[in-house]
Design a protein around this ligand. Structure first.
Ligand code: PAF
Length: 296
């Protein structure tokens, strides 16, 4: 596996690889876990040149403390990437990505960027979409892989790719979970033992919402209230939000009449975790990511 910090080299390697096949890009901020390994495995399976990018993007952090505390495990990450059959790891410095400091021109995520995660983390999605656009432009026509754990991010990346005619196929990959249901996240490493024990309450509340829908519940207010109650009752969890949104429009729904997604965010001490679940639809069947192009 080649490792480069040069944007020019990334562009040249992808151009060259495209003459013989398909480029697969997996953008990450490092601290790789089994969820990332799954994205890499899918990229490896579906393309001929899998590229991993590792860049902790300052533009998407709303607090310097959160940026500083973000885990950095480069040696481990490169091992994971090379074992996954990655052809190229792009590990740029901040100066390589933003040579003149933070860009003046950024990608406006639109109204969805202001809701849910966007409301809790002002400017977050502008930073995410700006760096993802830069990576997509460097890689050129490609398949790009993102996890469903960050479902709102995935939805916004899809919208950006469609609205700005990016020559890219966005592929969503299912969330990978611990045996107790906790969604894998680089932030899990920052949980204390007690917080780690408490954290599966997010998945439990989401799963309970799915069970209720399967049993005939159609009121999103009931689902939201029950999720908030369960998370609020969990030890150490400070609820940020729960939501039930239409899977396509991402508008809040009143009733479950179409594929809908339940979402939750809570703090466990200093660590903020998010999770989500596509609710069963219709009548007990779970619809897997209706927007996915090749992903489940
Ligand atoms: O999901 C992430 O790790 C980041 O938001 C991303 C997509 C790599 C952009 O920095």
């Amino acid at each position: 596996m080649e490792v480069t910090d040069s944007p020019d080299r990334l562009r040249a390697a992808c151009d060259e690889a495209r003459t013989a096949g398909v480029v697969g890009l997996v953008p990450t901020m490092g601290a790789l876990h089994a969820g990332h390994a799954r994205l890499l495995a899918q990229a490896r399976k579906e393309t001929s040149f899998a590229v991993l990018s590792i860049f902790v993007n300052p533009l998407q952090f709303d607090s310097a403390g959160d940026l500083d505390a973000y885990p950095r495990t480069l040696d481990h990450d490169l091992d994971v990437a090379s074992q996954a059959g990655c052809a190229l790891a792009f590990v740029p410095s901040e100066a390589a990505v933003y040579p003149d400091g933070p860009t003046e021109v950024t990608v406006d995520p639109g109204p969805l960027g202001e809701r849910l995660e966007g409301r809790s983390r002002p400017g977050h999605f502008r930073g995410v979409l700006t760096v993802v656009a830069k990576l997509l432009h460097l890689a050129g026509p490609a398949r790009a892989y993102f996890g469903e754990k960050d479902a709102q991010q995935l939805a916004l990346v899809r919208r950006m790719a469609a609205d700005l005619d990016e020559p890219v196929t966005i592929v969503g990959c299912p969330t990978v979970r611990e045996p107790d249901g906790l969604a894998l996240s680089s932030r899990n490493a920052r949980l204390t033992r007690e917080q780690r024990r408490a954290a599966p309450v997010l998945f439990e509340a989401l799963s309970d919402a799915a069970v209720r829908v399967r049993s005939g519940e159609r009121s999103a207010d009931v689902l939201r209230a029950e999720m908030a109650r369960a998370i609020g009752a969990g030890p150490l969890a400070q609820l940020d939000y729960v939501a039930v949104v239409d899977e396509r429009s991402w508008e809040d729904v009143a009733e479950i009449h179409a594929p809908s997604r339940a979402l939750a965010a809570a703090r466990f001490g200093q660590t903020r975790l998010i999770d989500n679940l596509l609710l069963p639809w219709p009548d007990g069947r779970t619809v897997h990511n209706t927007n996915a192009q090749g992903g489940a």
